[in-house]
Design a protein around this ligand. Sequence first.
Ligand SMILES: CSC[C@H](NC(=O)[C@H](Cc1ccccc1)OC(=O)N1CCC(N)CC1)C(=O)N[C@@H](CC1CCCCC1)[C@@H](O)Cn1ccccc1=O
Length: 327
Amino acid sequence: NDGSVTASPEDAYDSEYLCPVSIDGQTLALDFDTGSADLWVFSTSLPSSEQKGHTLFDPSKSTNWKALSGYKWNITYGDGSGASGTVGTDVVTVGGTSVSGQAVEIATKVSSAFVSDTANDGLLGLAFSSINTVTPKAQHTFFDTAKSSLSSPVFTADLKHRQLPGTYDFGTIDSSKYTGTITYIDVDTANGFWEFTGSGYAVGSGSFVSSSIDAIADTGTTLIYVPDAVVTAYYKQVSGASYDSSQGGYTFPCSATLPNLTLGIGSYHAVVPGQYINYSPASGSKCFGGVQSDSGIGFSIYGDVFLKSQFVIFDGSSTPRLGFAAK
Ligand SMILES: CSC[C@H](NC(=O)[C@H](Cc1ccccc1)OC(=O)N1CCC(N)CC1)C(=O)N[C@@H](CC1CCCCC1)[C@@H](O)Cn1ccccc1=O
């Protein structure tokens, strides 16, 4: 029951990656998010004003739909967006991986950011099921439901830079998708995330600075959020860079040459190419940085700007771990 699905960038800046997911034959474009654990969809139960531009799941058209009466969900994300609604189970298919009895959370309310993000028809959470928000009983993620039917209990992310489709694979590690060896690191699941301790950083050709960085691997977060020491060291090497409170982060002249950022994973040095760190135009001739401060978050987030430079294995075996390889 292994599967592979394309992950297509939603815009010119790879702000998020969307994947086709079929629920009892109804196909929606979902954002796979290793930072959360709810599978929720835009639905016909939303007010019509909130439905506009989205593909909607209609449970009344599904022969395998089973409502879970009295079950509810309510989620708020780090960027302040959120959604809530009711719950049922159905047949969910991602590439070749099909599972029955998967909890599907129907949105009856979504925040304005979701309404305006018309390419996004919902989220497929791939964090640990311990942080699923359904009450009175938390539900399993798609990966947890599928795990026992996969050749091995893993999924991989091979996201691409600028306008290229990548893939998520379930059940197999495709050796044609990476070079060299895979470095594995232990994951602490206490907070429900793919959380690990990074071993340090280097800016451009500078020397590697050993430091423990508590980070999560998060496909649902666009940028890299790291400690101020890293951010300061990085933008010190970018002429004209400065923190712009009106933009809510570091910006620099779009013409600037950006150094690579190396992030240590155990003994492996993962290199993020400098050009990946020019996220998007900000205002005038300034561009917005793909590396920003993690202050206020509580941990660092290695989001898409980092993940798309690597081949990443999310190993859900009895001792969960993350694997990274160059590509
Ligand atoms: C610092 S957590 C900020 C992060 N949300 C982002 O990264 C959004 C993603 C996005 C992109 C394009 C359109 C709309 C939204 O994008 C920006 O915030 N950007 C890109 C655009 C830039 N101009 C500003 C910076 C975030 O809450 N992720 C969560 C999943 C998101 C929620 C919003 C919809 C897309 C999926 C989630 O994994 C983060 N999590 C991680 C751990 C614990 C809780 C938690 O909640």
